[in-house]
Design a protein around this ligand. Structure first.
Ligand code: DC
Length: 221
């Protein structure tokens, strides 16, 4: 059978990471968390002490860094950064360095290398529009800004970071604006994507909805 590629894109807090992971697990597909690659790149650039506003310098650091994404963990030059990449500091920095075309081209190369080995569920901001424009099934997840901020606040709390909702909402809006307005591969609803609004849906309802879209669409293939 032909390998399938499913892309799940959306803004911060839309639930795409947890949902995409569960969809991949249920279908037995490889899961590709592209945001984790941008986050690991941010760690590498921060460690190198580079100017985060310099496209060429950031790209050079990434071309000399070994980023290894396997299963649920990620390494930067042999150091496990799985926990570190989820901090608010790295959330902010990853969005800042993601505007650079030189960083994006290095990371897109890594992302495309995941294809062909097995069927794939890729999640991120541009997986359906730029990384895998010919994906078999494209999903775009969204939710209201307040709902997304509440989810992010809860997630941070489970990791020991307690922030007021207003601060989480402000940080998220700033990141969303930057991710959607940058000139290199901005966050967009990819052509032919099915849009799912998750504001009033539970995690299990979103997973079930995506699985039914996959079943319906793959029957047409
Ligand atoms: O999905 P996330 O919150 O882990 O992503 C962190 C940042 O990485 C996000 O603010 C923008 C960037 N990113 C991107 O530009 N393109 C992707 N495909 C995935 C993430």
């Amino acid at each position: 059978m032909k390998h399938l590629t499913i892309t799940i894109d959306g803004p911060a807090g839309s639930g795409k990471s947890t949902v995409a992971r569960e969809v991949a697990r249920t279908l037995g597909f490889t899961f590709l968390d592209t945001g984790a690659l941008y986050r690991a790149a941010a760690v590498a650039i921060e460690r190198a002490g580079s100017d985060v506003g310099d496209n060429e310098e950031c790209g050079r650091v990434i071309s000399h860094t070994r980023i290894l994404l396997t299963g649920g963990s990620i390494e930067v030059d042999g150091t496990d950064v799985t926990e570190e990449i989820r901090s608010p500091r790295i959330s902010e920095l990853s969005s800042a360095i993601a505007v650079h075309p030189s960083v994006r081209s290095e990371l897109v190369r890594i992302q495309r290398s995941f294809r062909g080995l097995s069927s794939l569920v890729a999640e991120g901001r541009d997986t359906g529009s730029v990384v895998f424009p010919d994906a078999d099934i494209k999903i775009y997840l969204n939710a209201s800004a307040t709902e997304r901020a509440m989810r992010r606040q809860k997630e941070l709390l489970t990791k020991g970071t307690d922030l007021p909702l207003e601060r989480v909402l402000n940080d998220m809006n700033r990141r969303d604006n930057r991710d959607s307005s940058r000139s290199a591969s901005p966050l967009v609803i990819p052509e032919h994507a099915v849009v799912v609004d998750t504001t009033h849906l539970t995690f299990h309802e979103v997973v079930a909805k995506i699985l039914s879209i996959v079943e319906e669409k793959s029957a047409d293939k």
